[in-house]
Ligand binder design. Structure first.
Ligand code: ADP
Ligand code: ZN
Ligand code: ZN
Length: 728
């Protein structure tokens, strides 16, 4: 007999909470994964039963009983619950928050997990006339009773016909004991069909990849599908998924950002004659719940979603696909900091199903897994339809004048491509008009009052914005120090747009960045103007590097490669190489050969020479060798303890104490580095610092974290800071 319930509650504490079973409920009948209402402090909250235990550390008198059981069957099946417990452990995060990440909001607030239809019936007491009669003047209530007398039970549709305020009236009748609410599962959806739309015949390389994935059906295997943009990776996913669906199983597909790649979902929808469950951040709570239910019941054979869809419930899992696996958006950067890509590997292994990671620019971690024999490499070398890869050239900004950010040879190339009927795409990862407002007379530049950063000029709005904390101010007419005019200095996409409009006044131009496509539907409309050919010149940010097909673009210009060359993050150069290759991949997708120009002041930088001469593979080989020499991931494991507070010395004091604890616990294996102030120390008014743990492999790191974090939590200094741990 294990009478104690270990329950996960959505609070940032790294533990479960002990309760007794609700009165009249046999704890032996409760399955892990069911939700319960529990008293928590003065509140009543939902929790998820994680395990039952024989004893509790709490004295009997302090042990409270749960209030009620919500679910008959678990909302999280045993395997998913096990994955979540493992993730809480791996990332050292509060289990309640980890489990909450896997549940749509309505379920966290107690709504039924089943699709239910509300129905009402007269109570037995009302039918036998045991209740005091309703006042003759209560017309509305009497009318409802009359409707209910005529049938066994009525649904919302029927009752709504009596009055617009019918819910109030029904509630009144429920309170007086006249009416009971019934909840029943809604009618089952009609059985789905597996018809699959036709696609192009696979190339021999695609065929090999599809066969390899199909041969792994029913067991765990890990694949890295490496092919440049347009080489037909999506076609491989579609075929591999079609086989899974034909076997009556489900496929889970993770994508970086659905809002940026609307074509992808429609391509899936066109191929499968079955409902897709689509999970992403702009759904309403109820839409998300509906998709979650369709995934859980197995009604949706294909589940597509962004990062958090890795926690989607699956009735009959058969395959997991992670598209653009290198994309940073798979990493959750706040709260429960997890990597959906890494969890996809862990989940596929637990489920015993194949997992396919696809990319034109695989992460160094994934390439290393191939080298170690942990994943099978499937390559799609050639582009389909005989298209050739683009040629890449560097433009040396030190030699060539750059009128407002665009060098003369670049202007000539743009002219040439426009003249030949091509479209031109210019990429700059900086929105706004200019990154600085500068006073030439005294050297002042507009600072963010809350960050160690400068404010970005947004000319059209006449505002200064901080891109780190959201500070927003009008552009001052004059320098506040010397009262001379201040000038925008440097380039953002808004300014490039202005320059292009001057250089090419007759050429239709579109800017695509977060500011330009803020309104709902604006991105789709802008993309449509590009693909229809109405727009010939296109300037934009990171948004343009993701998945869009621009078949007529023949020239891609990277306006400034240098921002990423000297980044402080050890992954900065990997990100830059991926971005350049991804944006270059937008050129010459169809029959037209593409050209790529990269503007830089550092044309001898090895990253750029590797990319231009040997492509991404050459870069990756060199970068892996560098990581190995420096003992960085994937050849080591790291975790960062971050802290922030409103006074500079406070996070450093906390981290110093944390360091002492770590050194006392760490064996030979784990190195403790720091604390050091963060690369941007002051952000949004808080001072940031960090401590790095570095280990040769995961287990010594995990062993240390398991003993260290409980001690860190207990530090008196911990109460004076906001702190978090980031594993990997
Ligand atoms: P990726 O996902 O690698 O960018 P896609 O699968 O989107 O590549 O393929 C790029 C284009 O080539 C698409 O328009 C697709 O329909 C087409 N395509 C893919 N495979 C084939 C094939 N075997 N034969 C003809 N066209 C193909
Ligand atoms: Zn000045
Ligand atoms: Zn700021």
């Amino acid at each position: 007999m294990k009478p104690i319930l270990g329950i996960a509650v959505d609070v940032p504490l790294r533990r479960l909470f002990d309760y007794r079973a609700p009165a009249g409920v046999d704890p032996a009948c409760l399955q892990p994964g069911v939700r319960l209402w529990v008293p928590f402090g003065r509140r009543r909250v939902t929790g998820v039963l994680v395990e039952t235990r024989s004893t509790s550390d709490l004295p009997d008198a302090k042990l409270k009983a749960a209030i009620a059981v919500i679910d008959e069957a678990p909302v999280l099946d045993a395997q998913l619950l096990e994955l979540l417990r493992w993730a809480a452990d791996y990332y050292r995060h509060a289990p309640g928050e980890v489990i909450a990440a896997a549940l749509p909001a309505p379920l966290r607030s107690g709504q039924s997990a089943l699709e239910t239809e509300e129905r009402w019936t007269l109570s037995a007491a009302a039918r036998t006339g045991e209740l005091p009669p309703l006042s003759p003047r209560a017309h509305r209530l009497r009318e409802l009773v009359a409707v209910l007398e005529a049938q066994d039970a009525a649904d919302a549709g029927t009752l709504a016909a009596t009055s617009p305020r019918w819910r109030d009236h029904v509630r009144e009748l429920e309170q007086r004991g006249w009416v009971l609410r019934l909840r029943e599962p809604a009618a089952r959806p009609t059985p789905r069909t597996h018809a699959v739309g036709a696609g192009p015949d696979p190339t021999p390389e695609q065929h090999r990849a599809i066969e390899a994935i199909a041969a792994a059906a029913g067991r765990h295997a890990s694949f890295l599908l490496h092919g440049v943009t347009g080489s037909g990776k999506t076609e491989v996913y579609l075929r591999a998924i079609a086989e899974v669906v034909a076997r009556g199983q489900q496929a889970l597909v993770l994508v970086p950002e659905i809002s940026l790649t609307p074509q992808l979902v429609s391509r899936f929808a066109a191929r499968f004659d079955a409902p897709l469950a689509v999970l992403h951040s702009s759904l309403s709570d109820q839409e998300r719940l509906r998709a979650w239910r369709a995934a859980r019941s197995g009604e949706a054979p294909v589940v597509i979603g962004t990062r958090s869809a890795i926690f989607a419930p699956l009735a009959i899992p058969g395959l997991i696909v992670v598209d653009e696996e290198h994309d940073p958006s798979y990493k959750q950067q706040e709260g429960f900091r997890y990597s959906a890509r890494d969890l996809a590997l862990a989940r596929a292994q637990r489920l015993g199903v194949p997992v396919v990671l696809g990319s034109a620019t695989p992460s160094l971690e994934s390439l290393e897994r191939v080298a170690q024999g942990k994943a099978v490499l499937l390559e799609l070398p050639a582009r389909t339809a005989g298209a050739r890869p683009p040629t890449i050239h560097l433009i040396d900004l030190r030699k060539h004048g750059a009128t407002q950010g665009i060098a003369t040879p670049t202007v000539m190339a743009i002219q040439r491509h426009l003249g030949a009927g091509g479209q031109v795409l210019l990429y700059l990862n900086r929105r706004g008009y200019a990154p600085t407002l500068f006073c030439p007379a005294c050297g002042w530049s507009a600072p963010c009052p809350r960050c160690d950063a400068r404010l970005t000029v947004h000319q059209r709005e006449r505002r200064l914005h901080c891109h780190h904390c959201g500070t927003d101010q009008p552009v001052p007419e004059l320098c506040p120090q010397c009262f001379e005019p201040a000038k925008p200095v440097g380039q953002g996409t808004e300014r490039i747009e202005e320059t292009l409009a001057k250089l090419f006044p007759d050429v239709p131009l579109e800017r695509i960045d977060r500011d330009a496509v803020r309104r709902k539907g604006a991105l789709e409309a802008a993309l449509e103007r590009v693909t229809s050919g109405a727009v010939r010149l296109l300037v934009g940010t990171q948004m343009l590097t993701k998945g869009h097909h621009f078949p007529d673009v023949t020239l891609v210009v990277v306006l400034n490669a240098d921002q990423g060359l000297f980044g402080t993050d050890f992954r900065a150069s990997e990100r830059l190489a991926q971005t350049i290759v991804q944006v270059a991949g937008r050129a010459g997708r169809a029959e037209r050969p593409g050209e790529v120009l990269i503007q830089t002041e550092y044309p001898e930088h090895p990253l750029l020479t590797q990319l231009t001469t040997g492509g991404y593979d050459a870069f990756a080989t060199a970068a892996l060798a560098e990581r190995k020499a420096a003992r960085w991931p994937p050849y080591a494991r790291i975790a960062v303890l971050r802290a922030e507070a409103s006074r500079r010395e406070v996070p450093l004091e906390f981290l110093d104490r944390a360091r002492e604890l770590a050194e006392a616990l760490a064996g030979q294996d784990v190195e403790v580095l720091g604390p050091a102030t963060a690369p941007m120390e002051r952000r949004a008014g808080l001072y940031h610092a960090q401590l790095l743990l570095h280990a040769p492999s995961h287990s010594p790191l995990q062993r240390l974290l398991a003993r260290w974090l409980p001690a860190v939590e207990e530090l008196p200094e911990a109460r004076k800071v906001r702190w978090s741990l980031d594993v990997d």
